[in-house]
Ligand binder design. Structure first.
Ligand code: NAP
Length: 516
């Protein structure tokens, strides 16, 4: 069994005790173990802040972007090996692995491209110069400069490659060194990604460190100029917010958390739009076995179409072949861990109390190509709640598996918008319709409940990528339960790691100091 190592203070650290075991979720066989026992976290932070930070801050945006491009290339050169690790440790099909691994490499490459537009400078001007003195001899401008600290990047288990890459792309491009902490259960893939990048020698020493296992007292040591970027459950985010050290120093803290994303079908849609809706919803329930923060958890359709759409969704979801992705014909793998399976089963039990289960046994099942009784398999499960306003847990409990609830609304944009809002803040709402007036009304009433609104219509039916796809060029993050954070979105994602400073000076001095 492989022992995963951490990369800290310029060397690989292998612990000798307190190991957590990582398993193949399709067979439950152990595949690796890891522990961070023995790491000196004060030294890790110091190494990032001094060695890594100084090296990155001495580079321009363009030069840092070139490093991202090399990182992306190194990962691409090991694509097949990474896919295999993903299957072993996360139970992903090739499509699901691509979503994570190619998505991660794509985010790095996209930010490398953005860096070329930022060019040969290390300071970014923001907005216009404004006069201070009436005669124009004293002015002010806002600039963004690298924060002189370290970025701790904590990721969820479901995107070990993309989670690392999308955060690291923004931090490194902004000139801030990173300490990556993958979720322990699926750390095998993140560990190999970091190893590939370190071996490729593309980054200055101290720019990239990784902790596999517990963060020990790392977070207690964060200081004013550091950044904590967290992705995971709302419960963990709450416990991190309570860390007194963060409160005292006001360390920047970005949270990407749970989300009860909604899909809405408008009334009177074309056949192409209806087909897009069904295709997207089924994909967003089953891709990565529903273990996506952007998965569709709630589906709202006009009341007079509820029965027909239930039948259509059930028919399509029944086509899913569950099993070990190594076996022929499997289209959906297992949940990633026993804990995730147990949590999802507990969630199904909660939903059973308020909604009717119309597809799925509510129990673990065997998967094709896996030993009987082994593997964390859960069938696609569809609930139906005829009275959405009386279905509390449906709007509150994120069941992190291939699980969604179908509900009716009265056909008006007002009712649909209000119902989506019961989710308490989402990453994404998807709405499918062809009537511009209805869609405009929905935007006015319902857009602000989510960080992203995806609109599917007949003229986008062939090109629309699905509401679950997250692009580096658009913001990722949502209000309320979703954490209130903002990642990616081009420069939006960089701002977390940059400090906005007002510079007040004579015009010539201002131009000379903020131009480069
Ligand atoms: P989790 O249990 O909250 O863990 C997330 C990360 O936090 C892991 O790396 C975990 O490390 C770490 N962690 C837990 N307690 C910690 C502590 N006290 N100090 C420092 N680190 C700590 O979440 P998960 O089960 O991995 O992920 C599933 C959740 O993530 C879902 O709720 C999903 O919606 C959410 N998610 C959100 C997004 C988004 O962009 N909004 C994306 C993906 C997933 P260990 O593994 O070592 O415990």
């Amino acid at each position: 069994m492989k022992t995963l190592r951490s990369y800290v203070a310029g060397r690989w650290h292998a612990a000798d005790s307190r190991f957590a075991e990582l398993v193949n979720p399709s067979t439950e066989e152990p595949v690796a173990r890891t522990s961070s026992h023995g790491i000196d976290f004060a030294a890790v932070l110091e190494h990032a802040r001094t060695t890594g930070g100084a090296a990155l801050r001495s580079l321009t945006f363009g030069q840092r972007g070139a490093l991202l491009k090399e990182m992306s290339r190194a990962l691409r050169d090991h694509r097949d090996e990474l896919f295999e690790i993903s299957r072993l440790n996360s139970g992903t099909t090739a499509t699901d692995a691509s979503f994570d691994i190619d998505g991660g490499g794509g985010a790095l490459a996209w930010y490398a491209g953005l860096s070329r537009t930022l060019g040969d400078r290390a300071v970014l001007a923001e907005g216009d110069v404004v006069p201070i003195a009436k005669d124009g001899s004293f002015q002010a401008g806002h600039v963004l400069v690298s924060r002189p600290g370290a970025a701790v990047l904590i990721n969820a288990f479901n995107f070990p490659a993309w989670g690392f890459a999308e955060k690291a792309a923004c931090a490194l491009l902004a000139g801030v060194p990173v300490i990556v902490k993958p979720a322990t259960a699926t750390a095998m893939l993140a560990e190999r990604c970091v190893e590939i990048i370190i071996d490729a020698g593309v980054l200055p020493e101290g720019a990239l460190q990784m902790v596999c296992g517990s963060t020990g007292d790392l977070l207690d040591r964060l200081a004013a100029h550091d950044v904590l970027a967290f992705t995971g459950s709302a419960a963990t985010a709450r416990s991190l917010r309570d860390n007194p050290a963060l409160g005292i120093t006001n360390t920047r803290f970005n949270v990407e958390a749970d989300s009860l994303n909604a899909a809405v079908l408008a009334p009177h849609v074309s056949d192409a739009t209806l087909d897009l809706f069904l295709r997207d919803v089924v994909r967003e329930i089953t891709q990565k076995a529903g273990q996506k923060c952007t998965a569709v958890r709630r589906i709202f359709v006009p009341r007079d179409r509820l029965d027909a759409l239930q039948d259509a969704l059930v028919t399509r979801l029944r086509d899913v072949v569950i099993g070990n992705p190594a076996a022929e014909g499997v289209t959906m793998g297992p949940l990633a861990t026993r804990a995730q399976l147990d949590d999802a089963l507990a969630g199904l039990h909660q939903l059973d109390a308020t909604a009717k289960r119309v597809l799925g046994s509510g129990r673990r099942v065997d998967g094709r190509g896996s030993p009987e009784g082994k593997g964390f398999f859960l069938e696609p499960t569809l609930f139906r709640a005829d009275d959405p306003r009386a279905a509390g847990p449906v709007h509150e409990r994120e069941v992190f598996g291939p699980v969604s609830t179908l509900m009716p609304y009265d056909g008006s944009a007002a009712d649909a918008a209000q119902l989506t809002g019961l989710g308490g803040g989402m990453l994404v709402t998807s709405v499918y319709g062809d009537d511009a007036d209805w869609l405009r009304d929905f935007v006015l009433r319902g857009a602000a409940f989510a960080g992203r609104l995806y609109i599917g219509s007949s003229d986008a039916a062939s090109a629309a990528p699905g509401s679950g796809a997250v692009y580096p060029q658009t913001q990722h993050g949502g209000p309320g339960r979703a954490g209130g954070g903002a990642e990616l979105g081009g420069l939006i994602g960089l701002r977390l790691y940059l400090q906005r400073v007002t510079i007040q000076a004579a015009p010539t001095v201002l131009a000379a100091t903020t131009g480069g």
